[in-house]
Design a protein around this ligand. Structure first.
Ligand code: ARG
Length: 460
């Protein structure tokens, strides 16, 4: 089998090396970017008089035919072709003959792959952003649907203070909003076109990199040819953003898993989004959030793997960098399906209002409000805290909730207590009094949802 680079070689490549060296099995997914980049490059070559217009037309036609062949599934990917770049060029030679050999003028596979993977990463980042927007919409819908539901808020996974379920959901809205903004930053920073850097030092041909950049919808060409072919920061950065999204999803998943357990039963998963057990007929397992939580490990692994691959690489291109692809492809595929299935599952979750309400009994979630009540009557907060603590301990002994005490009982702890204490410590009031900016009150949540909707409208 002839190689495109065989000129200086006297012997054929060892079969094992061929297999070891090849990236075609996975980089074939860059075919679209590769063809797009090659067409832009050929147009630039023709505009600059480096190849003839007729030759450019031929090249472009051939490349479009290859694209069609790949999309129809009739293109033959061969290990001997090593990678997608050479596979396409070889096929181009078969289709249009010697002219195909002109396409690689003023270009190297080093800047070619840097361009392809960059375009691919940017396109996928845009897709991930779209999925995150769907996630945000689902969160808003759920927040509105369950706007009156109060749940226990936790710290240390101990019942702390009552909060609105929608306040809880909207916390995730904020996390995904930051993820979206990270993607936007990433897209801005990555918007530089590396083709024309050549193997490492630029080229002797009179190329127009600004033209190629604008053909490919980049704002500008990269500044330094060495950096252009050896930079994989953007891949690592995208891997990091994906890791962060995954971490957010995993935290969300953890709560769903716990809340779907019979011990909690705050939520019931929809049949379409849960699985059964092959041995225990009663089981309904939350496989989706569990898998999302589990996949986070692999996604972090991809990030660490990329950082490690890059850590000691001398400038400029080194073959180590071929290892960037499987990690980033895997992270992208994994996060895309995870986000999509997560928001679909989320929208079908049933919230068990009654069960949640009973769970709040004996939780003393209003103990802070008892302390706040006294502090508002000018008792120093530390002292008020102590009194409220004593009340909790008293109630624990009597096996009652704070609001079940009589006014006389309250007065035994402080004569500042009056009849209005009962109104102060209802769950609803505990929530609605937390009206400080960003707090859980119904008024605040209404504002959060309103702002959230506006954000989504403007981002699309
Ligand atoms: N398949 C290679 C990669 O993914 C393309 C660049 C190869 N360049 C080279 N000089 N061998 O990195």
């Amino acid at each position: 089998m002839k190689k495109l680079w065989e000129g200086r070689f006297a012997k054929a490549t060892d079969k094992l090396l061929e297999k070891f060296n090849a990236s075609i099995t996975f980089d074939k997914r860059l075919y679209k970017e590769d063809i797009k980049g090659s067409i832009a490059h050929s147009k630039m070559l023709s505009k600059q008089g480096i190849i003839m217009e007729k030759e450019q037309k031929n090249i472009e036609k051939g490349l479009l035919q290859i694209k069609e062949e790949i999309e129809k599934g009739i293109f033959e990917f061969k290990i001997e072709d090593e990678d997608i770049h050479m596979a396409i060029e070889k096929r181009l030679t078969e289709i249009i003959g010697e002219t195909a050999g002109k396409l690689h003028t003023a270009r190297s596979r080093n800047d070619q792959v840097a361009l392809d993977i960059r375009m691919y990463a940017m396109e996928e980042a845009r897709e991930i952003k779209k999925l995150l927007i769907n996630m945000e919409k689902t969160i808003i819908d759920m927040s509105e649907k369950y706007k009156s539901v109060i749940i226990p808020g936790y710290t240390h996974l101990q019942r702390a203070q009552p909060i609105l379920f929608s306040h809880y959901l909207m916390a995730y809205f904020q996390m995904f909003k930051r993820d979206i903004s990270r993607i936007e930053d990433f897209l801005g920073r990555t918007d530089e076109m590396p083709l024309g850097a050549g193997a490492l030092a630029g080229t002797t041909f009179n190329i127009d990199r600004h033209f190629t950049a604008s053909e490919l919808a980049f704002s500008k060409p990269t500044e330094n040819s060495l950096d252009s072919v050896s930079d994989r920061d953007f891949i690592i950065e995208l891997c990091f953003i994906i890791s962060m999204i995954s971490m957010h999803l995993s935290r969300f998943s953890e709560e769903i898993i716990i809340w779907c357990s019979s011990e909690f039963s705050f939520l019931t998963p929809d049949d379409a989004f849960s699985t059964g057990s092959s041995i225990m007929p009663q089981k309904k397992n939350p496989d989706i959030p569990e898998l999302i939580r589990g996949k986070t490990g692999r996604i972090y692994g991809n990030l660490i793997s990329l950082l490690t691959t890059m850590k000691a690489l001398p400038l400029a291109y080194n073959k180590d960098m071929q290892e960037d692809k499987e990690s980033i492809f895997d992270s992208i595929d994994t996060i895309k399906i995870s986000i999509e299935i997560f928001y679909k599952m989320l929208s079908t979750l049933k919230v068990n209002k009654e069960k949640i309400l009973t769970s709040m009994k004996k939780g003393f979630l209003n103990a802070t409000d008892v302390a706040d009540y006294l502090a508002k009557k000018n008792i120093p907060f530390r002292k008020a805290h102590k009194i409220s603590g004593k009340i909790v301990s008293y109630c624990e002994d009597k096996n009652i909730d704070i609001e079940e005490m009589t006014l006389e009982e309250f007065k035994n702890f402080s004569d500042m207590f009056e009849n209005d204490i009962f109104n102060e410590i209802t769950l609803k009031n505990c929530v609605n009094k937390r009206n400080s900016y960003g707090g859980t009150s119904y008024e605040n949540i209404k504002m959060q949802i309103k702002k959230g909707k506006k954000y989504i409208e403007n981002i699309e």
